[in-house]
Design a protein. Structure first.
Length: 349
């Protein structure tokens, strides 16, 4: 999974800014190990360079970054087991941790899709600028995976139960809701991203540059925040669904849609993601990343990830056969096993 990432990640020192441009538009800038290593090398160099006072991330095409190269990860893990892709997780999660503890501002200019690994690159940085096509999601439970790349730490720290809503539904969030819930810190028209980059390269104060953006009203999800907090604060996924069903029976189309979506997801992934959301608020960032490393290792030893990728990305029949196929069949012991320590664990801070 190494490959030659020199064209897939453009690395440029421009004035006071280190500029990283994800340049794999046909793949929606999906990350492979070579790209992660190139980004890491740039961060390491710029962290030690006193002339670089801010780091800027951008993406070409209609995505900032749609995540990791899941199809390639699937194929390599299926052929060689978890060890075949172990370096990818270790190095991606280490990069997430490096960004989170950066002493220099990390500014992501996001117009279009930001999911999975793209969230890991941007959400833990100091500034996230949402363009008008901004579309955030962590849809991993839909392919038998789980919200990783630091979601264990970040999502429980969002307002109310919004993080649990994102984790269990995988639904997309647009510009207004991204700002309202704190996923984005600023807004700007995508057409101004070049000018923003130049102003940052010229050394202008980051807050001054980004503060010129427009005021954007909250989106439709924010209008449902009371319902989200009421339903997604329940004590289990089954209880969340019961509350959503009750709200749907009282006429909430939003609740009905959320419940229907959750019922299409992997029961195991839902139970693991719910446990993440309940535990993550008490973890440090390195602890959260270690937790995710434990979970991903167990996920790749199971069934649902391979079945989910088959159904969504390979055969594209949209009809995954989950095992177990119901929430009731997912025992507490099965969930707990995903969080158990592993031999030879990495450190993320």
């Amino acid at each position: 999974m190494t490959g030659d990432a020199s064209d897939d990640v453009l690395v440029e020192r421009r004035g006071a800014a280190g500029l990283l441009t994800l340049n794999r538009p046909k793949a929606l800038n999906a990350l492979d190990l070579g790209m992660i290593r190139r980004i890491r090398a740039a961060f390491d160099a710029w962290s030690a360079d006193g002339g670089v006072t801010r780091i800027v991330l951008r993406g070409t095409g209609r995505a900032f970054c749609a995540g990791g190269d899941i199809r390639r990860i699937h194929d390599e893990a299926k052929a060689g087991g978890p060890p075949a892709v172990d370096a990818f997780w270790r190095e991606e999660y280490a990069l997430n941790a490096l960004i989170q503890r950066s002493s220099k501002p990390v500014i992501s200019l996001i117009d279009g899709i930001v999911m999975g690994g793209g969230v890991g690159l941007s959400l833990h940085g100091s500034h996230r600028v949402a363009g008008e096509r901004y579309a955030f999601a962590m849809p991993e439970v839909g392919i038998g995976f789980f919200p990783d790349v630091g979601a264990t730490y970040a999502l429980p720290r969002l307002p109310g139960a919004f993080g649990t809503y994102l984790a269990l539904t995988g639904e997309r969030v647009g510009q207004g809701d991204g700002l309202a819930f704190g996923l984005a810190t600023h807004a700007a028209p995508a057409a101004s991203f070049d000018a923003i980059t130049e102003a940052l390269a010229a050394g202008e104060p980051v807050e001054t540059v980004l503060g010129r953006g427009p005021a954007v009203p909250p989106g439709p999800v924010h209008a449902e925040r009371a319902l989200i907090d009421s339903c997604f604060s329940a004590e289990s996924v089954t209880a969340v669904l019961a509350r959503l069903d009750a709200a749907a029976a009282e006429g909430s189309d939003f609740a009905a849609r959320a419940a229907a979506t959750i019922r299409t997801r992997s029961p195991t992934s839902l139970a693991v993601a719910f446990a993440q959301m309940r535990r993550g608020g008490a973890l440090t960032f390195p602890e959260a990343m270690l937790t995710e490393y434990r979970i991903v290792t167990r996920i790749l030893q199971g069934h649902d990830f391979f079945e989910g990728v088959r159904a969504v990305l390979i055969d594209k029949d949209g009809a995954p056969h989950w095992r177990p196929d119901s929430l009731e069949a997912v025992t507490p012991e099965m969930v707990e096993a995903h969080f158990a320590p592993l031999p030879n664990e990495p450190r993320f801070g």
